[in-house]
Unconditional design. Structure first.
Length: 400
């Protein structure tokens, strides 16, 4: 193993086509080895042979908490404070509804324009359903801190901007919100597995996130929710499903919440998806998050330097300081969609976000310096030759 690259061993834990340069782990992580076998085992040996008994004999019923603890270790959460299940949108709704109930005398939900749209949509829908005069106040990211005051019930932010990679200061903003009496919800969709996260140290109240990006859980992998220990016995879940009941199989007619974060479970857990995620998390064995962060910044800096030297027409959309961005780099270009399709045709895979953002993710677990160099060189060549300027590359697909 190379002494210069501590992640050479982790790259051997993934199944990637050998001719592909994958720069889209910020949208869908690569397939770790062992996932297919683990899911196959869950299908044939557990479901197939054990049938319904597998809920007990194979521990299906406890998977949301057990896998949640594994995710929790990557975000600085104590055991028992993270549970898996449902989608990120559902977990945002749960966290926000619970937080608003804990601040009944306040009406402002403060967020920013860099928040992922589903978070804002869920807030809009919840506010309309409550019909109690709540307001969703959406500001530019730089204006959020100054707007935190005693009118704010909940500060709801995505730590890493999904478009530009701009990084919020979780600890500072949480401290300011708490000083003003507000609760804080952090969306870690672009943080978990990408950068060091410490929800305990930052004293976050709630955190939510998906597991199909940097955690490599696969398409549609279940989301997670973190509930701070001091809220675990007081928070009331708005979606009070039977698996969030203290005794689901007592079949009582009235809801009685389980202890702590377990009460944020809703319906029957997605066992096959959890089996895939459980196996995928094995790729994190022995990984030092601080070392991963250093490496991702190095790869991002290398990519920026090569692209800016060869493509002056591209505008860096991400913060230039690597300490102020997550594990992605974005460039603006009016015809960015066509450029990205041309790159994908040459097996350099990133993605596009309207109206003009080309995104490139840097995941040291399976991305090497050589891959970044080659990817940047191909982008430069595509731009200089204008190979992107073809009708077939302008044809929009439903997923960009």
């Amino acid at each position: 193993m190379s002494t210069n690259d501590p992640f050479e061993i982790t790259r051997q834990r993934f199944d990637l086509p050998p001719d592909v340069i994958y720069l889209d782990g910020n949208s869908l992580g690569a397939l770790p080895k062992g996932v297919a076998e683990r899911v196959g085992q869950a299908i044939t040996r557990e479901w197939g042979a054990e049938l319904i008994g597998a809920w007990n004999t194979s521990g299906w019923v406890d998977m949301p908490r057990r896998v949640g603890d594994r995710v929790g270790r990557l975000i600085g959460a104590p055991a028992g404070t993270v549970v898996m299940g449902d989608t990120l949108s559902i977990k945002v709704y749960q966290a926000l509804a619970s937080a608003l109930e804990l601040r009944p005398d306040r009406r402002v939900v403060l967020s920013d324009s860099g928040n992922f749209p589903t978070d804002l949509y869920m807030a809009q829908g919840l506010i309309a359903s409550l019909d109690r005069g709540h307001e969703l106040r959406v500001l530019e990211p730089e204006a959020v801190e100054a707007a935190i005051d005693e009118s704010v019930a909940v500060l709801m932010l995505t730590e890493v901007d999904y478009r530009t990679g701009r990084l919020h200061d979780m600890k500072r903003l949480t401290e300011k919100a708490h000083a003003a009496g507000a609760l804080v919800i952090w969306d870690l969709a672009h943080s978990a597995g990408a950068i060091p996260v410490d929800v305990s140290g930052a004293e976050a109240d709630f955190a939510v996130g998906c597991s199909y990006k940097y955690l490599n859980g696969g398409p549609g992998a279940p989301a997670f929710i973190y509930v701070a220990p001091h809220l675990g016995e007081t928070v009331r879940p708005a979606l009070s499903g039977w698996f969030g009941h203290d005794a689901p199989f007592a079949f009582e007619p009235t809801y009685r919440p389980a202890d702590g974060a377990e009460r944020m479970r809703v319906g029957t857990p997605p066992v096959l998806a959890l089996a895939a995620l459980d196996a995928a998390l094995d790729a994190w064995e022995g990984v030092d998050m601080a070392a991963l962060r250093r490496r991702s910044m190095e790869l991002g800096e290398l990519f920026i330097a090569r692209v800016e030297a060869g493509c002056p027409e591209l505008e860096l959309a991400s913060p230039r300081d690597p300490a102020r961005r997550g594990s992605q780099v974005s460039f603006r270009f009016a015809d960015g969609y066509a450029v990205m399709q041309a790159l994908i045709a040459e097996k350099v895979i990133g993605d596009f976000r309207a109206p003009d953002i080309m995104r490139f993710g840097f995941t040291p677990l399976y991305l090497s310096e050589g891959g970044v160099e080659r990817g940047a060189a191909i982008l430069v060549d595509v731009m200089r030759s204008r190979r992107w300027d073809q009708p077939r590359f302008r044809q929009r697909s439903r997923v960009t």
